[in-house]
Design a binder for this molecule. Structure first.
Ligand SMILES: *Cc1c(COP(=O)(O)O)cnc(C)c1O
Length: 365
């Protein structure tokens, strides 16, 4: 059986060595006589799994001791509500709208207080990131929210907002672990795992301790639904109820892979930069395919491009699929194509894509 190159925005590819490890351990995890899919979340085996997963995540991302890490169900979308419910203590927060997910996050936050749109890049269809130093932030904002890599539009922040006394909250779903991150710049980092980490079914939040124990203005802490209360869930070490055990296990295997096979996030970054360069260099070398993003904000994870017509876009995706290059159709809001080249996409996959693009160009230009 030949494995395909899957350019899906998520769920997306996992490292083959991780899948093989999971396969090898599937029926009998470490002599337990059970699969991780079957075992009690209160068993000693699972207790080791969740503790080791958290510990290796701390090492890989260099998470300081004054940050808690939580494993939650509900995806990144549920975090859009949990963030304001738990952190909007002044009744207002600043949102930078740089794409569809940050827009959704702001809309969700508006249910619990004022979600002030401090900046937006809608004027140019989200093809750039506003200058974070030139934004007029509200001094009364409980936090500043960004979506650091815009999965749909293929943009990424070159630098992040830093305002004394106002914590930065970042949705990093489609770029987490793609490069080193200075966690101390953030009050909270959250991400759905199905883009760059693990199978679908879990979000992770990394939260600075002093932000815990509060709630949105006008909402008593005890009336936050239990499963949306960071403080309660983290006090129970993400085991208030049954956690997403399999996702936690797979996340642990991916952390091992990053730490021991890749050699850490500096190495991962080099690989990702090289992959993105191959694709963008090709895009810049010809006029048939176009990438709409302003260069300083080009995403290294999600690369968008169009051919001259929607009909050719369609033909491109269909013919690419026949070559084992899957899920290249762009999001309906952007059209055209999108190649998601997360950590697990091998460099050969990008090389093969560029070769196919050139062949298609020659045949259709
Ligand atoms: C995919 C994605 C989401 C939504 O994630 P779910 O886990 O499906 O809720 C949110 N934000 C970003 C940046 C994403 O890429």
């Amino acid at each position: 059986m030949a494995r395909v190159y899957n350019f899906s925005a998520g769920p997306s590819m996992l490292p083959e060595s991780v899948l093989r490890k999971a396969q090898a351990e599937l029926l009998d995890y470490h002599g337990s006589g059970q699969s991780v899919m079957e075992m009690s979340h209160r068993s000693k085996w699972f207790d080791d799994i969740i503790k080791n997963t958290e510990a290796s995540m701390r090492r890989v991302l260099n998470v300081p001791d004054n940050y808690k890490i939580g494993f939650f169900q509900g995806g990144a979308t549920q975090q859009f509500a949990m963030v304001p419910l738990n952190f909007m203590t002044t009744g207002t927060a600043d949102y930078l709208v740089t794409g569809n997910f940050s827009k959704k996050a702001a809309e969700e936050a508006a249910k619990f207080g004022t979600a002030r749109i401090a900046a937006s890049s809608k004027d140019k269809n989200f093809t750039y990131i506003p200058d974070v130093k030139a934004i007029d932030y509200d001094p009364n904002a409980s936090y500043i929210h960004i979506c650091q890599n815009n999965t749909i539009f293929g943009t990424t922040f070159a630098e992040v907002p830093q305002v004394e006394g106002i914590p930065l909250v970042a949705d990093m779903s489609s770029m987490i672990f793609s490069e080193p991150t200075d966690v101390t710049k953030y009050g909270c980092i959250y991400f759905g795992v199905q883009k760059n980490v693990a199978p679908a079914g879990m979000a992770v939040a990394i939260i600075r301790e002093d932000l815990l124990g509060h709630s949105a203005k006008g909402i008593a802490p005890e009336t936050i639904p239990t499963m949306m209360n960071y403080t309660t869930l983290l006090k129970a070490d993400s085991m208030y109820n049954t956690p997403p055990c399999w996702c936690i296990y797979m996340t642990g295997l991916v952390m091992d892979y990053l730490e021991h096979e890749v050699g850490g996030l500096e190495e991962m970054k080099k690989i990702n930069e090289a992959k993105a360069k191959v694709l963008y260099d090709y895009l810049d070398s010809q006029d048939f395919f176009k990438n709409p993003v302003e260069k300083p904000y080009r995403s290294r994870m999600n690369v968008t491009f169009t051919s001259p017509t929607p009909e050719l876009d369609k033909a491109f995706c269909a013919q690419a699929a026949e070559e084992g290059l899957l899920n290249l159709k762009g999001h309906r809001l952007v059209g055209g194509m999108r190649a998601s080249i997360y950590n697990a996409m091998p460099p050969q996959g990008v090389q093969k894509l560029v070769e196919f693009m050139e062949k298609f160009r020659k045949e259709n230009a």
